[in-house]
Design a protein around this ligand. Structure first.
Ligand code: HPA
Length: 270
């Protein structure tokens, strides 16, 4: 694995001149942020050695290197999900590579179903903790001591200083934000009412099908993480209605502008 990470890293470095500071996984709700990046290189995943490639569509995404709000970033436009059939190790491989490229922080975004009774559709939630309900963990198997410890600490999964920066930036810019625990599940089914109820009772505020694997791998390598969910539907007793991928995309698109603005302002403070 180390050899594969190095080969991917060397290839990417041959396309970009400077080091990067922040890694970004542009999930649902942050796709538009790519347009604000002053792009130095945009590399299709297919060209990068050992990167996962989509077997479903012809092309699976791009790795973008450039500058955003004065910070050097490497951004994944298009991410991989467990429900697509990738292993946990495959779908987190790009995070390993971003570490070798030099990132000091990782930002992740996603769409999620809200379970906290105060949440409304379209809300932005700062993730301050998570519960891994995926049937696996990306660190199962041989541990690479060069990357991180066998038994990584997870007492601070999301960076507390960055969270307080986000909260003060949001306040200053009059952006409403929620904060809570994200439950990561495999999908691809959305939750039954009983499952929403269960996840709420065990301490979850929102549920989605990504982010947890990437954050586990990033924390293994001691990268401070920060993450946002866009609440696209509600898993709250009495408010549960039919959910569809289209509806999730539609709501996320509406909140995207606000989240993009928030991220741009936060980046200036990092
Ligand atoms: N459950 C799981 N994943 C999701 C949801 C949900 O309700 N909404 C958006 N992604």
């Amino acid at each position: 694995m180390l050899k594969k990470i190095k080969e991917a890293t060397d290839f990417i470095k041959s396309k970009a001149s400077k080091d990067v500071e922040i890694g970004v996984i542009l999930g649902t709700g942050l796709g538009g942020l790519a347009e604000d990046i002053n792009v130095e290189a945009a590399i299709p995943y297919e060209e990068i050695p050992h990167f996962p490639v989509s077997t479903v569509q012809g092309h699976s995404g791009k790795l973008i290197i450039g500058e955003l709000s004065g910070k050097r970033v490497v951004a994944m436009q298009g991410r991989f999900h467990f429900y697509e059939g990738y292993t946990m190790q495959e779908l987190t491989f790009p995070v390993r590579v971003m570490k070798f490229l030099g990132i000091e922080k990782l930002l992740v975004s996603n769409a999620a179903g809200g379970m906290h009774p105060d949440f409304e559709i379209g809300d932005i939630m700062i993730i301050d903790d998570h519960i891994n309900l995926f049937p696996s963990n990306p660190l199962i198997g041989k541990n690479y001591d060069e990357l991180g410890p066998r038994f990584p600490d997870m007492s601070v999964p999301y960076d507390l200083d960055i969270i307080s920066t986000i909260e003060s930036v949001a306040k200053k810019n009059n952006i409403k934000v929620q904060k809570g625990t994200y439950v990561g599940v495999s999908g691809p089914t959305f939750e039954t009412p009983a499952e929403y109820g269960y996840m709420s009772r065990i301490g979850g505020d929102a549920v989605g099908m990504s982010t947890v694997p990437e954050v586990i791998v990033a924390r293994h390598m001691n990268i401070p993480c920060f993450a946002f969910s866009i609440i696209t539907d509600l898993g709250v007793d009495g408010k549960i209605v039919e959910v569809s991928h289209e509806e999730v995309q539609k709501v996320a698109q509406k909140s995207e502008k606000i989240l993009t603005k928030l991220v741009q302002e936060v980046f200036k403070e990092l």
